[in-house]
Design a protein around this ligand. Sequence first.
Ligand code: AVJ
Length: 327
Amino acid sequence: MTLTNAEVLLEDETTYSVDQAFLQDVIHGLQQTPKQLPCKYFYDERGSILFTEICNTPEYYITRTELALLDDILPEVANLVGENANIIEYGSGEGRKIRRLLAALDRPKSYTPIDISPEILLRSAIRLKHEFPDIEIHPVVGDYTDEIDLPVTLKNDFQNRRLVFFPGSSISNFSPDEVRRFLANVKSLLQPGDGLLLGVDLIKSPKRLHEAYNDKEGVTADFNLNILRRINSELGANFDRHQFEHYAFYNPLASRIEMHLVSLARQTVTIAGQTFNFEQGETIHTENSYKYSMRGIAAVAEECGFTHSRMWSDHKDLFSIHYLTCR
Ligand code: AVJ
């Protein structure tokens, strides 16, 4: 992935070096009705740290439940994957889950973490290299919603099985269409028999879901508002974060959590010389998080050319993990 930085001349005649793709996505999103921003921009270094804090709030059951479930099923997963596998992880973040997976597998050959935040990615790659000196580690800075260009050594290895690891229910951020496109992309990296280990959050009580995205400490609110701070600092914008409020709710008709930033006043914001007007109460839609039934996600995977080999859930059916193999 190559990012092109260009100079942007602002009204006050100062120039900023900005990430053009970020700028374009922000401008494009705020020109829509309703206004929206791509949720991948939550994850700058600060956003990634805030996300880790969300995972530790008492309300956010996802991470805790998945880690415990993963521990329970690791021997079975290791059996299904077999020896000398090449592991590829999408959105690797801090790398807590992969540590357990790598330790449980039978002599994994390599580990390729792909993450959008270079700081977090490199820090975790260095730590893993110390812990697993026998495993090749090939960090890739990239956006897994695009096609991924795998490291050459991995591309040329047709001998050993590949396993794509996509935990944390990151798949929740995709719309139903995007899920299909994503699974097709994953499939293009795999040979028949290769696997995808997928963590998926389940449909449950709306109250429980609501609480998970409205933690009492306000960490999720900070995480949501952080995108405005990031736009200010990287794109020279002038959002006043005190004039926006975090608003997240479960929409049962679409089986999704929606996160928004609601404008508390009629106001104007300037981004790289462009002006955006907000009515009082107007929202910026910043994230969707789709929830699935076990059978629902299994059906989608089957439709997209995967054989649904195994699925597991915790005893309260909060969260599920699926082992899919490429047909
Ligand atoms: C990383 C997409 C799984 O939807 O639960 C957490 C992101 N947003 N709290 C989720 C998130 C607000 C998270 N995913």
